[in-house]
Design a protein around this ligand. Sequence first.
Ligand code: PLP
Length: 382
Amino acid sequence: MKNRQYVMIPGPTPVHQDIQYEMGRETAAFKDPAFIQDFKDVIRDLKELLKTDGEVFVVAGTGTMAMEMAVSNILQKDHPVLLISHGFFGDRFIEISSRKKYDLCTLSSPWGETVDLDLIEKELNKREYKALIVTHVDTSTGTRAPIKEIGSLVKDKETLFVVDGVCATGAEVEDMKDMGIDLLFTASQKAFGVPPGLAMVWASPEAMKRRESFDEIPEYYIDFHQWLPIMHNPDLYFGTPPVNLIWALKASIELMKEEGLDERYARHERDARAIQAAIEELGFPILAEEGCRSVTLTNPIYPEGIDDGEFRSIPAEEGVIVAGGLGDYAGKLFRLGHMGHIDRHIIVATLAAIERTLYRVGGEVSFGRGVGTYLAHRMEER
Ligand SMILES: *Cc1c(COP(=O)(O)O)cnc(C)c1O
């Protein structure tokens, strides 16, 4: 019999039944009063979840569009910008900046590490940066940036703090007010566990003020000023809202409220640490250093002699999908997502599939070792 399929990649992530149901519903007119109410609820809840007095924009598009939307509304040509890059997605801002001709300074870390806070502080004291950009979790490396500490470095400055939360928001602790975040964004298919297609961008009052200080911006679809009236009153029209995705997002938010955001964060932390212990027990070094590992994904490096293509095709046959490495780590590691709506059954099944795979590629395995390590860690609470 064919196994059920688990998509254990860093997005899209497994979709909960309540969310699947919303995707399959007959689409309503976007002027449908019930839909308008649902959209209003989503906007209200999203602001509450991330704790901002500012705005949130819920717009059809991917995380990459959200990256561009965030910077386009607060930065202009020649603006000095400081980018802290911890991998592939951080580096994507270099490409965006080069097209938009920002005056960019990049501080990069080796993959698996984070940039020293001292270095960031020193650089910030050199010039008046218009924005500081950092990726909360870089999906290429599985590292988590200390965003609270980084945010405190620009607290009393004009510098707006931009956080790419695409692989973090809804799983890693984020609080816009407490952490001084001015722009935060994510996409539906990561820790929110909704199918791909929806971007969310939060903007603090300071970020909105910066936007207001510009007249028109060259970008049309991603201009905050086009969408702001709709976010205040979804009865208005600018571009057709993705009705089913917004319903699906509402279902995801309901699940978050039911679980409680703090408990959701704590669950991710507990599961991630237990999964990481299991992965190490199975003989895989983890790319991210111990002090900066994310709770949303783990990037296990292959022991000598394991072929990436072969290794990933076996769990795929069995119904567990993991992702390959990016950049210099293509072929050298796999990426295992563990964010959003995953439960213990999915995790145990995934670790067991990894054990069987190790066996099938001829590795040393004592069956149950990874699963046992995970269970032992998770049962400590009793
Ligand atoms: C996935 C991801 C993106 C890009 O999102 P898309 O929806 O694929 O465009 C950007 N940043 C981070 C950190 C990501 O994990």
